[in-house]
Design a protein around this ligand. Structure first.
Ligand SMILES: [Ca+2]
Ligand SMILES: [Ca+2]
Length: 234
């Protein structure tokens, strides 16, 4: 048997005495009682905390609510401006952080012994799911012109624009617009755009602009380069 003084769960900074007695060997000889003394002391905490973010950094298609959790009792400080490194003067984490747009979340935890975690910097990229086709416009628009026109096509978001100048409907196999188009003779320009999410403007309509290039006759009557007999006023 053994007897420990004082009895009960071990406490910090306490002297203990443990006595072993009563054991006998196979021949029946009783052991000599033996006593051991020890004292409990606290081991200094020199280990910084480790903070985990959930969900982790990454690309998301909706707003995220980020929870920060330290692996021991600690205070977590953070910033969301993407620039300022947090200090113990920064915002203290008390509840999950709502991230609505692309954000760099910087944070560190400091435990009760004063150990600070190495700064963490996590980037959350929020891109709302795109289901809207782009809209493309031509400048100048179609019409009657007396000289060569340089036509720029512009989509209202990052997109690939396909076009034809022979009157056929463009497809993704058609010419990709990379620079303004020079139109020197009467031309039917057809075009549409596909955005980076794959939404096609063509499901709404392929755009058509007709550029009629002519000369203004001395009589004040328009004549076209492929004149079809129609006469236009000046
Ligand atoms: Ca610690
Ligand atoms: Ca879009």
């Amino acid at each position: 048997m053994y007897n420990i003084i004082p009895n009960g769960p071990l406490q910090l900074n306490t002297d203990y005495s443990v006595t072993f007695s009563g054991a006998k060997d196979l021949a029946g000889n009783a052991m000599t009682a033996a006593t051991f003394n020890f004292k409990t002391t606290a081991v200094a905490d020199t280990t910084p905390p480790v903070t985990t973010a959930s969900p982790p950094a990454g690309a998301y298609t909706s707003a995220q609510t980020v929870t920060l959790t330290a692996n021991e009792t600690a205070t977590i400080y953070y910033t969301t401006d993407g620039i300022t490194a947090p200090t113990t003067s920064s915002t203290v984490y008390t509840s999950p952080i709502v991230i609505n747009s692309t954000t760099i979340l910087k944070f560190f935890a400091k435990d009760v012994a004063g150990n600070s975690e190495t700064l963490q910097s996590l980037t959350y990229t929020i891109s709302t799911l795109d289901t809207t086709p782009p809209t493309t416009v031509a400048s100048p628009t179609g019409g009657k012109y007396t000289g060569t026109q340089t036509v720029a096509l512009t989509a209202n978001e990052p997109a690939t624009i396909y076009y034809t100048t022979n009157g056929t409907d463009p497809t993704t196999s058609s010419t990709v617009y990379t620079a303004p188009i020079s139109i020197a003779a009467t031309t039917t320009l057809k075009f549409y755009a596909v955005d980076t999410a794959g939404n096609s403007e063509a499901i709404i309509a392929i755009k058509t602009e007709v550029y009629t290039i002519g000369t203004q006759a001395t009589t004040g009557i328009w004549e076209t380069s492929n004149w079809d007999g129609a006469l236009w006023g000046p």
